[in-house]
Ligand binder design. Structure first.
Ligand SMILES: C[S@@+](CC[C@H](N)C(=O)[O-])C[C@H]1O[C@@H](n2cnc3c(N)ncnc32)[C@H](O)[C@@H]1O
Length: 293
């Protein structure tokens, strides 16, 4: 097997296992599916703000302009945000390479009482049936790092959008992706950019570290500059690029981010030269919204 096929197979195996498990164990508060079934959402304020910007919705009703729009939830995993957007009236297609994830998305949609379409595909090679069909391509946290060719991926996003359609992306910041831990030691196990990668073998998942899932996965690093340049080269015009230094949850555990008095997590680094200088927070996630010409 080629190295590329081996890495892809390792990642698919991990995501198949994770999709079967996520939202099913008591320890998994990240995927609180009961909350979604009860009418709630697991989107952060950043996803909501990006959707509001992309659709022209007011900030206090960020999903209110989704009705009637065609939305591709790319690398949708178990479809949580896709189902929420479908409940808001969007025609949602969830696309993922994991058949188990798509099955879970359909289950969730049935429990919520909405319809979604699902398409099993590699995000690097979307089927032509998805080309030019979407007002919004929605991608959220932890998608791009699994892709070995960011430019090809961005071309697929562009192909899926109709002219005037928008990419809505909330992703891990490449600086955060670099960090394995901040304390007790500063451990950096991924480069910042260039598609540099790390292959890791281990147990557990980001939402359920205690799970018995065993996997060998490969993640790739892309800088903000590479993401934006890839989008521009793929025919998108940048609407918004924002880097956020706090999150309401902690995707990588206490060794990287710490909770503050306001209940938000930050990666605090260093100290100033004066005793009163506080450590400064690194960016954790970024919002990227761009329009297809
Ligand atoms: C971290 S999840 C995205 C999760 C989503 N943000 C959520 O909160 O549920 C990443 C998803 O990317 C999918 N994926 C990884 N590589 C892929 C590829 N090459 N093509 C399609 N899907 C892929 C995985 O199956 C997984 O569902």
């Amino acid at each position: 097997m080629s190295k590329e096929r081996e890495q892809f197979a390792g990642n698919l195996d991990y995501w198949e296992q994770a999709a079967a498990s996520h939202g099913t164990t008591a320890g998994d508060t990240y995927y609180d599916l009961d909350r979604v079934i009860a009418g709630g959402t697991l989107m952060t304020e950043y996803e909501e703000a990006a959707l509001a910007l992309a659709t022209g919705a007011p900030a206090d009703a960020p999903l209110s302009k989704l009705a009637g729009l065609d939305v591709l939830h790319l690398q949708s995993h178990i479809g949580v945000d896709g189902v929420v957007m479908a409940r808001a009236g969007a025609r949602v297609t969830c696309a993922d390479f994991s058949p188990t994830a798509l099955g879970r998305a359909l289950d969730l949609a049935a429990k919520v009482g909405v319809e979604i379409d699902v398409v099993e595909c590699d995000a690097r090679a979307l089927p032509e049936s998805l080309y030019g069909r979407f007002d919004v391509v929605y991608v959220t946290i932890g998608a791009l790092c699994w892709i070995d060719d960011h430019a090809l991926w961005m071309q697929q996003v562009s192909l899926a959008l109709r002219p005037g359609g928008r990419l809505v992306m909330l992703e891990m910041h490449p600086l955060f992706n670099m960090l394995e831990s901040r304390v007790p030691d500063l451990i950096v196990d991924l480069p910042y950019s260039g598609g540099g990668f790390v292959t890791m073998t281990g147990e557990g998942t980001y939402s359920d570290p205690a799970s018995t899932i065993n996997s060998t996965t490969t993640c790739y690093a892309y800088s903000i500059g590479e993401v934006v340049t890839g989008a521009v080269r793929a025919g998108l015009v940048v609407d918004r690029l924002e880097e956020h230094t706090s999150l309401a949850f902690n995707p990588r555990g206490d060794a990287t981010a710490q909770v503050g008095d306001d209940g938000r997590y930050r990666i605090l680094l260093g100290r100033g030269t004066r005793p009163e200088d506080a450590p400064q927070p690194l960016p954790m996630v970024f919002t990227f919204v761009a329009t297809k010409q």
